[in-house]
Each structure stands twice: as structure tokens, then as C-alpha cells.
Design a protein around this ligand. Structure first.
Ligand code: FE
Length: 216
């Protein structure tokens, strides 16, 4: 299988002024495209070339020998997810269903937003900030470099790229300004709600399996 650079769900200029077209040209056109190219070169002629992106990520996670493959595969996945976590008319508040879950697990939406910014600015070096969930509920997760919630059995709902390449042209060293713009202007809550539904469906299936076993 050859991996392709997924099309952006909007124009390169669509996120302006929160994220400039110039940032998108580099971030999508050079960084993201570069991860796709490197991944294709690394897996070419190996059994991994026949795997899906998710399978490659799960098979190479925590395998030092396969670190280059993991890093490039995970960065392809992370960027695909990041672009879809944003929309030109985004930001604001989630719908009632997700809003209630956030209020239950964080206390309030404002507390969620505060924690998101704190975790993003506190993450040392390059990485990602996520709204993610598991059986214990929703939480904000930070991951270093290319790491992602999938390898800790968590469902990602939203991703924010806090590598410097994501914001340096527009915000220089002001990571907080970038993360606030992401929350206020860009977050695609509809996309997050879809991921929450996937998480809940997965949980229902797992509970169903357990009761089947008990019934036997
Ligand atoms: Fe990036």
C-alpha cells in the first residue's frame, strides 16, 4: 500500500487569521507531506507495506528498532486528525451531549478550556495536546513528539499540534496565543462529537462481550 497525503478538508487559507496560509503551506505541504513520503520509503518492500496506518502504528509502538517507522506513521495519523479537529467557523462550545460530558468530567467548560491551555503551555518541547477518552471518562492528554492516545487505548476526540512548526510563523514563541486561538476560533466540535460516538460504541461492544461470557 502506498500512503497518500489526505486532502485538507478546507482551503489552505481557510483558517486565517488564526492560522495563516503561509503556515499551512509549510505545515501541510512540507511537514505533513514529508512524513507521508518518509513513511512510504521506510515500509517499501517490508511486510508493513501491506498494513493499514493504524496497524503500523500499533505494531511499531514502543519498538526502538522501528522508531523511525512509528514516528512517521504516527505523525501522518496525528496530522490527518489535527486538520479534521479544526474548521473555519469553529470554536465556541460543543453541543449538549458532549458539553454535558465535559462538564461532568472537568467541572465546567471553562475549566476544561483552562486545563487545555495549561497542559499545552506546560508541555516541554514538541508534542500534542488531546481531548481523549477511555472507560474512566474524558481527559486532556499530552504526548511527546509523535506519540498518540491510540497506543494507550484511548479514543482521541480532538488534537492540537504544539510543535513549533504549527505556530512559529504566526505566533513566534507565544504558544499560548496559538492554543487560545485554536480553542476560540478553530475547534471542530462536530468532529469531536463524532469521535465521542465512536468511543461510546466501542464501550458498548466491550460490555456486550463481557455479558456474553458471563451468560455461558
Ligand atoms: Fe505538525
Amino acid at each position: 500500500m502506498t500512503f497518500n497525503l489526505s486532502p485538507l478538508p478546507y482551503a489552505l487559507s481557510a483558517l486565517e487569521p488564526a492560522i495563516s496560509m503561509r503556515t499551512m503551506e509549510f505545515h501541510y505541504g512540507k511537514h505533513h507531506a514529508g512524513y507521508v513520503d518518509k513513511l512510504n520509503k521506510l515500509v517499501q518492500g517490508t511486510p508493513l507495506a501491506r498494513q493499514t496506518l493504524d496497524e503500523i502504528i500499533l505494531r511499531t509502538a514502543r519498538d526502538r528498532q522501528a522508531a523511525a517507522i512509528f514516528n512517521n506513521a504516527a505523525q501522518v495519523w496525528n496530522h490527518d486528525f489535527f486538520w479534521r479537529s479544526m474548521t473555519p467557523d469553529g470554536g465556541g462550545r460543543p453541543d449538549d451531549a458532549l458539553g454535558r460530558r465535559i462538564a461532568d468530567d472537568f467541572g465546567s467548560f471553562d475549566e476544561f478550556a483552562k486545563q487545555f491551555v495549561t497542559q499545552a503551555t506546560g508541555l516541554f518541547g514538541s508534542g500534542w495536546v488531546w481531548l481523549a477518552g477511555d472507560a474512566d471518562g474524558l481527559r486532556i492528554v499530552t504526548t511527546a513528539d509523535a506519540e498518540l492516545p491510540m497506543t494507550s487505548h484511548r479514543q482521541a476526540l480532538l488534537a492540537c499540534d504544539v510543535w513549533e512548526h504549527a505556530y512559529y510563523l504566526d505566533y513566534q514563541n507565544n504558544r499560548e496565543g496559538f492554543v487560545r486561538a485554536y480553542l476560540d476560533k478553530l475547534v471542530n466540535w462536530e468532529f469531536a462529537t463524532e469521535q465521542l460516538a465512536r468511543m461510546d460504541q466501542g464501550r458498548v461492544a466491550a460490555i456486550g462481550q463481557r455479558s456474553d461470557r458471563r451468560a455461558r
